[in-house]
Design a protein around this ligand. Structure first.
Ligand SMILES: NC(=O)c1ccc[n+]([C@@H]2O[C@H](COP(=O)([O-])OP(=O)(O)OC[C@H]3O[C@@H](n4cnc5c(N)ncnc54)[C@H](O)[C@@H]3O)[C@@H](O)[C@H]2O)c1
Length: 250
């Protein structure tokens, strides 16, 4: 028996990279998974691959930055799978994101970026928490980044805001038996990292780390599934770094 037998898990941005690994990891441990992804081709591919592996998967095209789209996601999950128990707010603009500064980035890009990377987690949670409460409780993991603590421009700021959202929602939802945590991965080996972070910079970053290697999607799956599971039943409002020691805070 897997840890998530009989559960329904929604993973945003599950069309590739770490999100794809979360969806497949949850399915491998018995959850029916919802691939809430903006990219239709990748979302359908991941759902098909989960089904081919013997799991249950549903692709729902979702823009996490749109209230209408996230409410639609909630309706489909309730109708097709009876409700949601587990949620991973993983979607973000990361692969191919603009390397720009607060002072120079175009306002349109900045607004869209923050709506996806910061508000998206809140919108999806607002669309799903009642279903979790009705099913007796649930667990939510928000995908932050070690960049949150590094003055990492608008990317890092959106992640830092996610910590505030995580802690506040942990307080707001605790009495409904819904736990809310976050993980903060360090540099992780995905296509998006290879596309976005120049090789020279990545090598420099790794040299500063106690464990000088890239994280793997399996590292992230292990940590996130732990926080989603009953093994973490007394943990809420926590941000777990999974970063080879890149960030050590007092
Ligand atoms: N890879 C890393 O080194 C690293 C490190 C720390 C944190 N993270 C975080 O982990 C998460 C996944 O990283 P990744 O490397 O797999 O990135 P990725 O760019 O490969 O994956 C992001 C996924 O989110 C989807 N997405 C983007 N906008 C969306 C929207 N509006 N609605 C729904 N889906 C949307 C994309 O289509 C894509 O499938 C992100 O939140 C990222 O910020 C990544």
């Amino acid at each position: 028996m897997g840890r998530f037998e009989g559960k329904v898990g929604v993973v945003t941005g599950a069309g590739k990279g770490i999100g794809e690994a979360y969806a497949k990891g949850l399915a491998a441990e018995g959850a029916a998974v919802v691939i809430a992804e903006i990219d239709v081709a990748n979302g359908e591919r991941v759902a098909k691959e989960v089904e081919q592996g013997g799991g249950t998967a549903l692709f729902v095209q979702t823009d996490v930055a749109s209230e209408e789209s996230t409410l639609g996601l909630g309706e489909v999950v309730a109708e097709r799978l009876g409700g949601c128990d587990l949620l991973v707010n993983n979607a973000a603009i990361y692969g191919g994101m603009r390397m720009d500064t607060f002072l120079t980035v175009s306002w349109d890009y900045y607004e869209r970026f923050m709506n996806v990377n910061m508000n998206g987690a809140l919108l999806v949670t607002r669309a799903l928490w009642q279903q979790m409460a009705e099913r007796g409780g649930g667990s939510i993991v928000n995908q932050s980044s070690s960049a949150a603590w590094m003055g990492g421009g608008f990317y890092g700021t959106a992640k830092l805001a996610l910590h505030g959202i995580t802690q506040s929602l942990a307080r707001e939802l605790g009495s409904r038996n819904i736990r809310v945590n976050a993980i903060a991965p360090g540099p992780t080996d995905t296509e998006a990292t290879r596309e976005t972070v120049p090789d020279v910079l990545l090598k420099k970053i790794l040299q500063t780390m106690p464990l000088p290697r890239l994280g793997t999607v399996e590292d992230m799956v292990a940590a996130t599934l732990f926080l989603l599971s009953d093994d973490a039943s007394f943990i809420t409002g926590h941000v777990l770094t999974v970063d080879g020691g890149q960030v050590m805070r007092p």
